[in-house]
Design a protein around this ligand. Structure first.
Ligand code: 5AD
Ligand code: SF4
Length: 449
């Protein structure tokens, strides 16, 4: 019997989810079948994340479970892909003897080879990083759906001192603009309604002088009924040209994920973030002037080495000044090999936790207040399907990436745009009444006979 069933689990950032689709594309081309059942698989792969210690611990836990499957059937191959493969290759394969296969983010083309080696009883290891690999020509395997991730650049050259990404994903490199446009054309033909352009730092996209604004503009023009989103932006490279491009295209979403990390200039310098808070706030002001109604989310780290109470207050202060719609908030986690790892992790765990919980509480209050202000307003949603709790309600997202719920109505399904009037809100969800079916611009749909 051919051993060709592969099961993949994905952890971490959206880049990893996009990579899993590339991996599935590569494996399907070689005759592998994707299965959703680990018991049934000949090859079990975990696409992993190293960004914080707790991500890695979770994956080690899962590996422990999966090894039990291997005890039952020793012919199964278990492999690690992604950032942990890059960071912990020796530990995983030699010291702990936990897996048969370790393949980093730039070696997925050779995955079928490594799997064959593993089937033959050897250890398959591919962890070289590349300066050029973008998987430009690989057609990712996607189930038909509404939203797609498209990775447009890989790696990161920013070297924030806390971050392991430049070491696990290597140097920045961009896909060609044409290949991204072609991918969106295919998505459009398949009925997709949303594409998110991904990169660790999308604003440094550069395809022979064509920058991220050029890419966004080309992406938005493929099919004006497809919403285009992007993430993640670094404040250093968010140009006015880019802001004007977002303002100009209706289907470029008015939503920017702009990690601030800390509100203290001293800490920002220690993090090598290359901007000051004054520069950051000025950028937010400019974006709000150029793109009326734009919303922001951010990433924040509490307890970076040497962070004082005053630094922490400065973070709370910047949150109040910007009033983010949402935030991803983390305790600092020392990562071996990074510059910050050499500085003593001197903020005690309980202090980090307390500061983090103050940050989370404040963000919840701000999100709640912002959402309350939306009551009585109209919003256009892209309908994603039934709400998680009940089939009597449909859920969708606003242009600014907020989840909104409204009573299900006949004839309205996943993939439709609708206009709703908000009548209630929590910090995480808007609730509304359906007004009418519309197009992406909010124009009522006229029924044709
Ligand atoms: N500890 C805590 N948070 C981190 N991040 C990156 N590295 C670390 C770390 N060592 C956070 C940053 C980044 C997000 C993706 O993860 O806020 O923007
Ligand atoms: Fe890490 Fe900084 Fe690059 Fe983001 S910009 S991936 S935080 S090094």
């Amino acid at each position: 019997m051919k051993k060709n069933k592969v099961y993949i689990e994905t952890y971490g950032c959206q880049m990893n989810f996009a990579d899993t689709e590339v991996v599935m594309g590569i494996l399907k081309n070689k005759g592998y079948q994707i299965t959703k059942d680990a018991d049934d698989a000949n090859v079990i792969l975990l696409n992993t994340c190293s960004i914080r210690d707790n991500a890695e611990q979770r994956i080690y836990g899962r590996l422990g479970n999966l090894k039990k499957l291997k005890e039952v059937d020793s012919s199964k191959v278990i492999g690690i892909l992604g950032c942990m493969a890059e960071r912990l290759r020796k530990d995983l394969i030699e010291d702990k003897k936990m897996v048969d296969l370790v393949v980093g983010p730039d070696e997925y083309r050779r995955l079928p080879e490594f799997i064959d080696e593993a089937f033959a009883g050897e250890k398959g290891i591919g962890v070289k990083l590349s300066r050029t690999e973008t998987y430009d020509d690989i057609i990712p395997f996607r189930e038909d759906g509404l939203s797609a991730w498209i990775s447009v650049m890989r790696g990161c050259d920013k070297f924030c001192t806390f971050c392991v990404v430049p070491y696990t994903r290597g140097r920045e490199r961009s896909r060609s603009l044409e290949s991204v446009v072609e991918e969106i054309e295919t998505l459009s033909q398949k009925g997709f309604k949303e594409a998110t352009l991904l990169g660790q730092n999308v604003n440094s996209y550069n395809d022979n002088g064509r920058d991220f604004a050029d890419l966004l503009s080309a992406a938005a023009s493929v099919d004006t009924s497809i919403r285009i989103r992007f993430t993640t932006s670094h404040p250093q490279d968010l140009s006015d040209k880019l802001l004007f491009t977002i303002a100009e295209h209706r289907n470029l979403c008015n939503y920017i994920h702009l990690p601030v990390q800390s509100g203290s200039n001293r800490i920002l310098e220690g993090m090598n973030r290359t901007y000051t808070i004054e520069h950051y706030l000025d950028l937010i002001d400019r974006a709000r002037r150029i793109i009326p109604g734009v919303s922001f989310s951010t990433d924040i780290i509490s307890g970076f080495p040497t962070e004082t109470y005053e630094d922490h207050i400065a973070t709370l202060d910047v949150m109040q000044k910007v009033r983010y719609d949402g935030a991803y908030m983390f305790k600092y986690s020392p990562r071996e090999g990074t510059k910050a790892f050499k500085i003593i992790d001197d903020v005690p765990e309980d202090v980090k936790a307390k500061r983090l919980s103050e940050i989370i509480d404040l963000q919840q209050r701000i999100s709640y207040e912002i959402n309350q202000e939306m009551i009585g307003k109209y919003e256009i949603l892209l309908v994603e399907g039934f709400s998680r709790k009940s089939n009597d309600f449909l859920a969708g997202r606003t242009d600014t990436n907020k989840v909104a719920i409204f009573p299900a109505a006949e004839g309205i399904t996943r993939g439709d745009y609708v206009k709703i009037k908000i009548n209630r809100a929590t910090s995480g969800t808007l609730f509304g009444n359906l007004i009418e079916s519309v197009d992406i611009k909010g124009n009522p749909l006229t029924l044709t006979a």
